[in-house]
Design a binder for this molecule. Structure first.
Ligand code: ADP
Ligand code: G6P
Length: 537
């Protein structure tokens, strides 16, 4: 069995982690005889970002077992190591009805659209909520039963928002708990209208440290804690005081395993594949988009903008080809097949209207790719068009830059992607709500001079190569294990957004690094007991 990917080893001494997410890191594919034929990384940003984490740390990944239980007690907890999976995993079994209510229902028809503020898709049903609570409790039970003394418990994403508080009720207070929210956090007006908002916020507040990708998401969360739960969020900026506890909130934009992408891009055969991709498509300029087939990714709006581009600028016809890789996702959630049908109809129309001879303006592919193939596509693309309507971060944007070891390529990036906070200055930023701006942005990228391309890509690459999985991981683990008062950079990020929202009611927010009053749930215990391998003080 080959290792599923290229990983870069780290020499940082990380603690033992018990990492939990809904999505399992790898899917094991078996042949007709039940023999393991291969092991594939699950699709999506969370697993792309976190697999390298468990490659670096000693630990276990707890996740959902996507095969429904056949009987009530059958296979409720399954431990796995081997079969090509590079680290130990524990899978939590769900009943068929729970998959419907918890995953398809509450997670994907309520929380996902709520966090991305697509309110027309929010379906807040009580039966979904009940399954969500049951499954979050089950995750907490499994984690509590498997955690060793001083393990760091790190809970990931909106599926498990209730787990941090549920863990608090089950475990030794010396355990440190972190939570990372990989998607946007809605503003107080949006969250307030959602029936279970208080339980969700309280659930996350069970953690010692909470991470968000951008200052906006972090300050939305802080504002929600203040307005909806009455927490003290002002006496110590970056810390939420609730009851006798304090939870720190930090802005930690996630990075990619940039070295690994660069290493693949430097391989001769991958570069040859990139040349082949261009030859096969036979166009002068290639624009690439890579997304899960999700309505938040703005694929439909992008197709419409491209149609407008070909209509208004006939010189682009026959010259520019768009390649969209869109892997179907969440196919049992009705909004997704409906969206897919709309996207495909729009693509057919576009190709029908403008295609001629053997030139097809829009090439659409729906299959998952191996990382090498993905990198070959990144290398082949003159322009990467990453234009979601809303996106927690968007790793494809960083992967594109990390792969461009040739220093060429232009990134067109939606200002609504979290990645715009780190990469926006050197990308061509577009507002997906304004089609005209999108068309102009794509044209600008296509006509950019070689020197400007090199300058921008050089700057983008230095950001991406600096803010990697390692740096992100180290900051997040420091937040969980060795909480410090917010530093000047964090304060600047949080206070700036706070000012904009509160009509400059920033007088109460002190600059500088204040002394922590009671920084975390377990701070007093932590002074006595080392967490994992590394002592907290
Ligand atoms: P999201 O988290 O919403 O899925 P991101 O852009 O942050 O969006 O992450 C998507 C991840 O999935 C990236 O790491 C990207 O490389 C990977 N990915 C997307 N499409 C494909 C594909 N067709 N084949 C392989 N990996 C893909
Ligand atoms: C986003 C979410 C992840 C999720 C991924 C894929 O990245 O933040 O938590 O795993 O999408 O979605 P899926 O529903 O297939 O896990």
């Amino acid at each position: 069995m080959n290792r599923p990917d290229v990983y870069v080893q780290s020499d940082i001494d990380f603690p033992r982690l018990l990492l939990a997410s809904n999505r399992e890191p790898f899917r094991v594919i078996r042949d007709a005889n039940g023999e393991v034929s291969r092991c594939e990384r699950s699709m999506g940003g969370l697993t792309s970002a976190l697999c390298p984490v468990l490659e670096r740390c000693d630990g276990v990944w707890v996740s959902w077992n996507p095969n429904a239980l056949s009987t009530d007690d059958d296979d409720l907890i399954r431990e796995q190591h081997g079969d090509g999976i590079p680290f130990p995993t524990i899978q939590v079994g769900l009943r068929k009805s729970e998959i419907k209510g918890y995953y398809n229902g509450f997670c994907n028809r309520a929380l996902w659209p709520l966090c991305h503020t697509v309110l027309r898709c929010v379906t807040p049903r009580l039966d979904y909520w009940q399954d969500f609570r049951t499954v979050n409790d089950r995750f907490a039970d499994v984690i509590a039963s498997r955690s060793k003394k001083y393990d760091v418990l790190w809970i990931h994403d909106y599926h498990l928002m209730l787990v941090p508080a549920a863990m608090r009720r089950r475990i030794d207070p010396r355990h440190r708990i972190g939570y990372f929210h990989h998607v946007p956090f809605p503003n107080v007006r949006v969250l307030k209208a959602f029936p279970w908002h208080r339980q969700l916020i309280k659930g996350i507040l069970g953690a010692d440290a909470i991470g968000f990708h951008t200052p906006e998401y972090a300050s939305n969360f802080i504002e929600c804690c203040q307005e909806l739960l009455g927490c003290d969020t002002r006496s110590e900026p970056g810390t939420i005081h609730h009851g006798k506890y304090g939870t720190i909130v930090r802005v930690r934009p996630i990075g990619v395993d940039a070295q690994s992408f660069a290493m693949i891009a430097n391989q001769r055969d991958v570069q040859d594949d990139a040349i082949q991709i261009r030859r096969k498509i036979r166009c002068e300029r290639l624009v690439l988009s890579v997304d899960r087939l999700d309505y938040t990714k703005g694929i439909l709006e992008r197709v419409e903008a491209i149609r407008a581009l070909f209509a208004r600028i006939p010189q682009c016809r026959g010259i520019v080809t768009f390649v969209q890789v869109a892997v179907p996702t969440r196919t049992d959630v009705p909004e997704y097949p409906q969206y897919r049908a709309k996207v495909e109809a729009a693509i057919d129309e576009l190709n029908g209207e403008f295609g001629h001879g053997d030139w097809k303006p829009f090439i659409y592919r729906t299959e998952p790719m191996k990382r090498r193939e993905l990198v070959a596509h990144y290398l082949a693309a003159d322009v990467a068009c990453i234009t979601p309507l809303a996106d927690g971060m968007n790793l494809v944007a960083s992967e594109y830059c990390a792969s461009r070891t040739d220093g060429d390529g232009v990134l067109v990036l939606s200002s609504q992607a979290g990645a715009a906070t780190t990469l926006g200055e050197h990308a061509v930023c577009v507002d997906m709500r304004k089609q005209e701006g999108v068309v102009t942005g794509i044209l600008r990228a296509l006509t950019m001079s070689e020197s400007e391309r090199a300058l921008r890509m050089g700057r983008l690459r230095s950001i991406v190569m600096k803010n990697t999985t390692d740096t992100w991981l180290k900051s997040c683990l420091d937040d969980i294990m060795h909480p410090e008062p917010a530093d000047a950079e964090q304060l600047a990020a949080l206070v700036k957004i706070g000012h904009a929202r509160q009509g400059h009611d920033g007088g109460r927010v002190r600059a500088g690094a204040p002394k922590s009053r009671h920084a975390t749930h377990s701070s007093s215990m932590a002074k006595r007991a080392p967490a994992g391998n590394a002592p907290p003080h």
